[in-house]
Every structure is written in structure tokens, then in C-alpha cells.
Design a protein around this ligand. Structure first.
Ligand code: SF4
Ligand code: SF4
Length: 200
């Protein structure tokens, strides 16, 4: 917190690991080369526009003061989807949600009014990687590729495939993502230095 009570990132830089930054050819789930070990950004005055603009839900005032993302182990955002908004929880490690009673509490409180999506960033290059969707009616969807498992009160009550239009959109999106990634110079941890001109 700042002296005026406004929330500040402080030593948190979790979004710099969890989120994708195209300007740096940085994949989600990989640390940015400009992250400082003590927290914060090593090129703060020259950071890309997307880094300047980004504010996670906590920094924007959501949840409790003590829920800073580096403590929770996840970056949380309110994301528009169609004509609604959902809370997206991006875990820094796949077990973060399961291991955090506070994250589970936030998800349960929020799902009363909107859908909550829980993802991890362990393998962002895998279009089939699983994620969970907690719906306001108490239903949970566990999605893996085209397959959807439906749960109520923790028990599986149905299995289905995604509808064809959704499958087609998903496959096209995966191919576009793969094409974009193939044009990047590296998929490794190291990102493109800010001084290096972009070739794409
Ligand atoms: S995750 Fe939120 S609090 Fe942490 S550095 Fe990013 S914007 Fe700041
Ligand atoms: S350039 Fe700075 S603000 Fe942007 S992701 Fe890297 S460390 Fe974070």
C-alpha cells in the first residue's frame, strides 16, 4: 500500500511471469528477462505499453488488501466474454488454487455473481491444456480440448464434447496461435531485449 492507502505493486511482479507480452516475445508462464530478483521491473521507464497499461484486479481494488497476487500465487482479472464478464484466475503453478483456501474462498464468493475460470500457465503451448469453469448455478465444467466434464457438488453428472462451431473456432485459434509463435525468434525463457528491433 502507498502512504495514501492506494494499492501498489510493491515487490510483486507475478504478472511479469504469468502473462504473455508479445512486444518482448515472452510467453505466458515464463519469467520476463527484465524482472528483478528483488521484485519490480528492471526497465521500468522503458517498459512496453502493455506493461504500462496492465493492472490486475487486486491492484484495481478488488478483494482484500492482503490478497496481493504474489501471496495468492495467482493473477486474477475480470475479463469480458461476450456480453458478460468473468473472473479469470491464472495460477503461477498448477497446484496454487488447490493449495490456497483464500483463492478458493475468492472463487466461491465471486461465482455467486459471475463465472470463474481457473487456468494455469504451465504449458501455454498446449491448446488442449485443461481448465475449470465454476458457474453461478453451482455447476463446474472441467474442459480438456474438446471434452467437457460436468460436475455438481464435486460429482461428475455428465460428459460431452464441445459443439462443432466452438470446436472449429478453438482449432482455428490454436493454429493462429501456433503460426504467431512460429514467427517468434525463441520460445525459451529468454525474451527479446527492448533495444533489439522487431523483425516481425
Ligand atoms: S500481479 Fe498485480 S500487483 Fe502484482 S505486479 Fe502485476 S499488476 Fe502489480
Ligand atoms: S518489461 Fe518489466 S513490466 Fe514488462 S513484463 Fe518485463 S519485468 Fe514486467
Amino acid at each position: 500500500m502507498s502512504a495514501g492507502g492506494e494499492r501498489t505493486c510493491g515487490t510483486c511482479s507475478l504478472c511479469c511471469t504469468v502473462l504473455r507480452v508479445d512486444d518482448l516475445a515472452k510467453l505466458g508462464g515464463r519469467p520476463c528477462m527484465h524482472q528483478r530478483s528483488e521484485g519490480g521491473c528492471g526497465v521500468y521507464d522503458r517498459r512496453p505499453g502493455i506493461c504500462r497499461a496492465y493492472r490486475c484486479a487486486w491492484l484495481n481494488g478488488a478483494f482484500r488488501d492482503g490478497d496481493r497476487p504474489d501471496g495468492l500465487g495467482a493473477v486474477l482479472d475480470f475479463v469480458p466474454r461476450g456480453d458478460s464478464v468473468r473472473l479469470v484466475v491464472r495460477q503461477a503453478d498448477p497446484g496454487a488454487f488447490a493449495g490456497s483456501t483464500r483463492l478458493q474462498e475468492i472463487a466461491e464468493e465471486t461465482r455467486a455473481s459471475m463465472t470463474v475460470e481457473i487456468r494455469d500457465v504451465a504449458d501455454v503451448l498446449d491448446p488442449e491444456r485443461p481448465f475449470r469453469v465454476l458457474q453461478p448455478d453451482g455447476t463446474e465444467l472441467r474442459v480438456e480440448g474438446d471434452r467437457v466434464e460436468v460436475l455438481r457438488a464435486g460429482a461428475v453428472v455428465g460428459r460431452r464434447r464441445k459443439p462443432w462451431p466452438e470446436r472449429i473456432v478453438g482449432r482455428v485459434a490454436s493454429r493462429v496461435a501456433a503460426w504467431r509463435l512460429s514467427r517468434w525468434p525463441s520460445h525459451e525463457v529468454r525474451a527479446r531485449p527492448l533495444s533489439e528491433p522487431r523483425s516481425d
